[in-house]
Design a binder for this molecule. Structure first.
Ligand SMILES: C[S@@+](CC[C@H](N)C(=O)[O-])C[C@H]1O[C@@H](n2cnc3c(N)ncnc32)[C@H](O)[C@@H]1O
Length: 476
């Protein structure tokens, strides 16, 4: 069967890209060169309908090169990698031509392996026109991303367990790992205001070395506190270091049903761990089911918004996997009759935290901001801050949802998140602009990419034009 793989490429790049595509097709596919299009309407493109497993999150997108590169995101491998999918059209915005050629080779080979006879159609476009509709359409290719079930912290616990077992808590920092501080202060205000006054059962999920569980056991001597962590090594360190009559630690995967009686838990806390639950909606539903009617769930972790913000434009098409989507937790809380309060915590704004390979250029302003604010504790929600603190309870003040980027469509959330730079402090504005320019340069985007960004993110044009416009021109 003959099937088309359609590549739309910038007309200005035709001379550079066509020979590389011809080479990629040689011996694999018949190559057809379409007449140049003066204007390509994004609404006509065949798209991927990308869903996050266990989440309401979705986005509809053609295969936009170089944004949709699944190898740049650490998800469990999808059943069929993006380049093997035969449905969507490919929209090339720039990037490295040889890399694109290799990507095309893989796609063609995958089709040949499937018994198809691919035809590579190359269609140059001079201009792009939006919008890119986000409602699923007949002919879309469904594509599901799954968070990795891997425990990313386990290698650290395995490597450090012997040393941690011999050191007292105040010297754990010498081991050189990040998760050694007691973060209870982040919860202080919410605990005072929202926790049941005499909790009976308290859980700390993904408790790591157990300091938070320990401090809660001291604060609430009448409660039983259980620290839960998937790592037997982390639990061994915590159990040895902290022995209190009302405290225990268990090595259990919190993504499975936890075995506590429904409605019996008065307080659940978690720091930097709940994003690891593969199925977020199922995990949230299970946890809200465990809570007593007046119970409180406090979740401190990274939210997707900081990925959308700092990793732009890489974040344009794909979500990340080590953060939560606010919308999932709002939805599950609402279903269980609870309100959600949302605060931000500048817990760790270090540049390396966001873009390990690219951080150097914007490290100074971001580190300056982080140093000045590390001890601030929770404040108003800001999408550009690293961490969010969610408080779910019947007594919580309902968040002003209109002011939050809560859409379940990745693309729809991105505009408000990017526009938040306009009201950010100067250090953040500088760091963001440098990060975006740096990411765009790394992708090798060309000016045509700005047309795409404007077409899919028209609300952000006033923020993006001056920033990326200059950078893409400089890259010409
Ligand atoms: C980033 S550490 C945070 C540890 C601690 N809460 C802190 O803030 O220092 C994440 C912790 O979650 C644990 N973890 C990851 N996936 C888990 C799962 N599915 N069930 C239970 N614990 C998990 C890891 O072993 C690790 O201790």
């Amino acid at each position: 069967m003959e099937t088309d793989l359609v590549l739309f490429i910038p007309a200005a790049q035709t001379a550079a890209l066509y020979p590389l595509l011809e080479q990629a097709a040689r011996g694999r596919a018949r190559i057809v060169r379409d007449k140049p299009l003066p204007c390509l309407a994004l609404a006509t493109l065949r798209c991927l309908d990308i869903r996050m497993h266990g989440s309401g999150e979705h986005v509809r997108s053609p295969l936009v090169y170089p944004f949709v590169r699944t190898d740049r995101f650490s998800f469990d491998p999808p059943e069929r990698a993006a380049h093997e999918l035969s449905g969507p059209d490919w929209l090339v915005l720039g990037g490295n031509g040889e890399d694109l050629g290799n990507f095309v080779v893989q796609a063609l080979d995958a089709r040949i392996k499937d018994g198809q006879r691919p035809v590579l159609r190359v269609a140059p476009y001079a201009d792009l026109q939006g919008p890119l509709p986000q409602e699923p359409r007949v002919g879309d290719t469904p594509f599901v991303f799954r968070k990795s079930s891997k425990n990313f912290n386990q290698p650290t616990w395995t490597k450090c367990v012997d040393q941690l077992l011999t050191l007292p808590e105040e010297r754990w920092g010498e081991v050189g790992i990040a998760n050694t501080s007691d973060l209870v202060h982040i919860f202080d205000e919410a605990l005072t205001r929202l926790a049941p006054p005499a909790p009976r059962l308290i859980l700390d999920l993904g408790c790591g070395l157990g300091q938070v569980a320990r401090t809660l056991a001291q604060r609430y001597p009448g409660a039983t506190v259980v620290g839960v962590d998937a790592s037997a090594e982390a639990v061994a360190v915590a159990s040895r270091a902290f022995q209190l009559p009302n405290l225990r630690y268990v090595a259990v995967d919190f993504a499975r049903p936890l075995g506590f009686v429904k409605g019996s838990v008065d307080l659940i806390v978690s720091t930097n761990a709940l994003p690891y639950a593969q199925d977020q909606l199922a995990a949230a539903q299970e946890l809200f089911g465990l809570l007593s009617p007046q119970g409180l769930l406090l979740n401190h972790c990274r939210a997707e918004e900081s990925h959308l913000f700092w990793d732009f434009p890489m974040s344009l098409a794909l979500p990340s996997n080590t953060q939560i989507f606010l919308s999932d937790w709002f939805a599950a809380a609402r279903r269980s009759g609870r309100n959600t309060e949302v605060l931000s915590v500048p817990a760790d704004m270090a540049a390396l935290f966001f873009m390990p390979n690219q951080a150097k250029v914007f490290a100074d302003p971001l580190n300056a901001y982080a140093d000045a604010h590390r001890q601030d504790g929770p404040g108003p929600y800001r999408p550009w801050l690293s961490h969010v603190l969610l408080a779910h309870s019947a007594q919580a003040r309902p968040a002003n949802e209109a002011a939050l980027p809560l859409a379940q469509n990745h693309m729809a959330r991105l505009g408000p998140v990017l526009n938040a730079v306009a009201s950010a402090p100067r250090e953040i504005q500088e760091a963001a602009i440098m990060a975006w320019i740096c990411n765009a340069k790394m992708l090798g985007l060309v000016p045509e990419a700005l047309d795409y960004l404007n077409a899919v993110l028209p609300d952000s044009a006033p923020v993006l034009q001056p920033v990326l416009g200059a950078s893409l021109k400089a890259a010409e």
